[in-house]
Write a protein that binds this ligand. Structure first.
Ligand code: PNW
Length: 463
């Protein structure tokens, strides 16, 4: 598929999808408008001490009221696709029962606007904002949440089915299960490692049930997908102990989702590693057949690799059962403002692994990007040279993977706008468009102009 490496730079395959990505709670604001009720992130962010600076998504980037302006920004970028998420609390406030028409109307207007701009809508059904009433009933460790998620998926597909090009069930169930229920740094802030493993299973189950609900409700064939933040796991050394640490993290971070979803099985080593926490009896007959309902592509979010060795890590840990076995070492080299290492080889390694393990599954990079402080000059122009360098290096890694036969269909840059960066609040800026949160003024950064040129030439200029 990739074209020859031309002297003029790196050209991507014809039809490669270039997009930007956002998520509802991070940009929409309007937290109490048109019938929306609190999600776990509203409750968590209003709990003192949970989010830096006490920031909440109450207003965020006010996208709910500035949607047309934001689509116009994407039209100027020239992107082919836009990945957004649907706020469950906006369309089905209690997580049960009928839809709120005004909530659905927002996404109708958004998808209308996108189609008029010639941009394919890519909708994620769950980007972490569980209706609080479902958390009160037990949240994702509770099996019923998976069933309610499937109902909600069917309801949204019934309303928007004719206007969404790609449906993604879940965004990063690793974060939602382990950061939400084990380390507690994300909503709902619980620190119960056994419950986090139950949550991981119910995410797999909910995904499969939602795939079935989508297929049943959609008017025609559509692309149905799942987005995982897979970990490019590297052992610190070739020692048996370090390699075993890497195997554990690969099981807990990657195969816990990949095996049920693509092979209809649980990793045996994962079950053994976590035996002190659970006997996995919450996995019922037939669940893994549901979880492995066929899908059309796999979305991958990549930011940094994960380097591990034998040792111990902090508690509460986002890795259930691995606290006293595994230590995490930052990869060497430069870091972003999140303190995450810049390591594009990790993305290449991950893509090649997936080519070998899932040769028939088309891949899409559904998130990649970086937080950096940016600099406004006296004219008001916003400069972010480190972000441009980060993006260039990661796209070069994607191109290298394409050249090595990995079936990558598209790339979505995280993120279109500076936004509510979860536990970090508004202090970390991932946008290629700067947002002044006091005035909601949008200013495209240098990286936005750079990305528009990438999209226009379908590739990278010689560096
Ligand atoms: C992803 N971690 O989150 C999310 O999908 C986005 O909503 C988010 O803004 C983006 O990446 C940047 O953070 C992650 O701790 C949050 O490993 C935390 C982790 C990974 C991904």
């Amino acid at each position: 598929r990739p074209q020859a490496r031309a002297e003029s730079g790196l050209t991507f395959p014809t039809g490669f999808r270039w997009g930007t990505a956002t998520a509802a709670y991070q940009i929409e604001g309007a937290a109490a408008e048109d019938g929306r009720t609190p999600s776990i992130w509203d409750v968590f962010s209003r709990t003192p001490g949970k989010v830096r600076n006490g920031d909440t998504g109450d207003i965020a980037a006010d996208h709910y009221h500035r949607m047309r302006e934001d689509v116009a920004l994407m039209r100027d970028l020239g992107v082919s696709d836009y990945r957004f998420s649907v706020s469950w609390s906006r369309v089905q406030p209690t997580g049960r029962g009928p839809a709120v028409q005004k909530g659905l109307d927002f996404y109708r207007r958004l998808t209308d606007e996108l189609r008029e701009a010639g941009i394919r809508p890519v909708a994620t059904l769950y980007h972490w904002d569980l209706p609080q009433e479902l958390e009160a009933a037990g949240g994702w460790p509770h099996r019923e949440t998976a069933e309610r998620f499937a109902d909600y998926a069917g309801l949204v597909a019934g309303a928007l089915g004719d206007r969404v090009a790609t449906w993604t069930t879940l965004n990063e169930p690793w974060c939602a299960a382990y950061l939400g229920y084990a380390s507690g740094v994300h909503a709902p802030g619980r620190t119960e490692p056994a419950a986090a493993l139950r949550a991981a299973h119910h995410f797999n189950l909910g995904h499969g049930l939602a795939v079935r609900a989508l297929r049943a409700a959609l008017p025609g064939p559509a692309e149905v997908s799942l987005t995982l933040n897979l970990h490019a796991v590297r052992p610190l050394s070739g020692s048996e102990a370090d390699r075993d640490a890497a195997r554990r993290i690969d099981a807990l971070g990657n195969r816990v989702f990949l095996d049920p979803v693509f092979h209809g099985r649980l990793p045996e080593d994962l079950v053994a590693d976590t035996a002190a926490l659970t006997d996995w009896s919450f996995v019922r007959d037939g669940d893994l057949a549901v979880a492995s309902e066929p899908i059309d592509s796999l979305g991958i979010n990549y930011y940094s690799p994960t380097v591990v060795g034998a040792g111990v890590s902090e508690s509460p840990s986002p890795w259930p059962g691995a606290e006293d076995r595994v230590r995490f070492e930052p990869a060497p080299g430069p870091r972003t403002a999140m303190d995450w290492p810049v390591d594009p080889d990790g993305l290449y390694e991950l893509l090649v692994r997936l080519r070998d393990e899932l040769p028939h599954v088309p891949l899409v990079i559904t998130e990649n990007g970086a937080a950096y402080d940016d600099y406004a000059d006296p004219s008001g122009a916003v400069h972010d040279p480190e972000r441009v360098a980060y993006l260039h290096a990661h796209l070069a890694a994607v191109h290298r993977a394409l050249a090595d036969g990995v079936d990558v269909r598209g790339y979505f840059l995280w993120s279109l706008l500076d936004n509510f960066e979860w536990a970090y609040g508004y202090g970390k800026r991932f946008g290629i468009v700067h947002v002044d949160f006091a005035t909601q003024r949008r200013t495209p950064k240098d990286s936005a102009r750079w990305y528009a040129r990438v999209v226009a030439r379908n590739g990278l200029a010689a560096s």
